[in-house]
Ligand binder design. Structure first.
Ligand SMILES: [Zn+2]
Length: 318
């Protein structure tokens, strides 16, 4: 069965919103995954998205070079056992984009539970009346409420571990330099690159494509309180918490919710969890890293204004 990327994402969201039944259903659907090439896709993007190598992708589709065309269907090699993990990951997400109506739901109760207005909900679903039916899937528009708490999941996952609070001296922000991906996808890619601890960052903030917009995913290195792998300098990796926002901010801008999530995460880390992480840097601020990360459109100056401690020159100190 052939499934487009769009279909896959929507199914994943559906699984988030409702039962394991749907998740199981999705699992059987994703056996032998097919990616329909979208405008702007490259073999590299697609390989990264599915955690496969470019050469495996070429081989599975008999592509001699790098040329692919929009609308082309590509077989994703070895996706049978692997593709279910992003779903498992989003199953605990606090941000869902589709709500499946259950008995007792009203537009009012659904709007309230997602922090949006009834009007927004109706507009997002082209509803002319207040009538909804059980089993109906409603799109949940992104909440504009900036006071929304995006840390529920991070708090819950951190409550289970003992944070090495004295170890963390700095926080470094990155962009992923690609519009696709989530913690699971990057974890797989980093392991393939030989990083045995997987995902190089401690946290990944989604952009609404492969994880929720503003969804903060907690990486294995945070759960195990391991050093990061997100900068070249080993000494900095030892003591720096890495936060990655999904997106290529040389080209696009971080979403409002991504920035909101970033600020909430920073405030929480600094204020409660890792108060010694007093230094803040964009990846490119660090000496010797030779990168444009986190991209020209990430508001790094504004974040420095917010997070730099007085008398602390981050570049000079590193
Ligand atoms: Zn970076």
């Amino acid at each position: 069965m052939q499934i487009s990327r769009r279909h896959f994402t929507r199914s994943a969201l559906l699984a988030t919103a409702s039962s394991t039944l749907l998740a199981t259903d999705l699992l059987s659907q994703t056996q032998s995954l097919v990616h329909t090439v979208q405008n702007g896709d490259t073999l590299g993007h697609i390989a990264l998205k599915y955690g496969v190598s470019i050469s495996a992708l070429r081989k599975a589709n008999n592509i001699p070079g790098d040329l692919i065309r929009t609308g082309q269907r590509l077989k994703i090699p070895g996706s049978n056992e692997e593709t279910s993990s992003p779903t498992a990951n989003t199953a605990t997400a606090t941000i869902s984009s589709v709500h499946t109506v259950v008995r007792g739901d009203t537009l009012g109760s659904i709007a309230l539970s997602h922090g949006i207005s009834i009007g927004e909900l109706k507009r997002a679903n082209n509803l002319s009346s207040d009538i909804i039916r059980i089993g109906q899937n409603l799109n949940i528009p992104i909440s504009r409420n900036s006071s929304e708490d995006l840390l529920n999941r991070v708090r819950a996952e951190t409550a289970r571990i003992r944070v090495r609070a004295d170890n963390w001296k700095r926080i470094v922000v990155h962009h992923s330099a690609i519009k696709y991906g989530n913690a699971t996808v990057y974890d797989r890619a980093h392991r393939k690159r030989g990083m045995q601890n997987g995902l190089a960052y401690h946290f990944v903030i989604g952009n609404g494509i492969d994880s929720g917009d503003g969804e903060i995913e907690v990486g294995p290195r945070w759960k195990k309180q391991l050093l990061g792998g997100h900068v070249k300098n080993y000494g900095i990796n030892l003591t720096a918490i890495g936060i990655c926002l999904v997106g290529n901010f040389q080209v696009t801008h971080p979403t409002k919710r991504q920035l909101n999530a970033f600020i909430q995460l920073m405030d929480w880390l600094r204020g409660e969890v890792a108060p010694e992480a007093k230094q803040f840097a964009g990846h490119r601020d660090l000496k010797g890293e030779q990168t444009i990360c986190p991209g020209k459109n990430f508001p790094l100056a504004a974040m420095h204004a917010r997070y730099d401690e007085k008398n602390l020159n981050i570049v000079g100190n590193l």
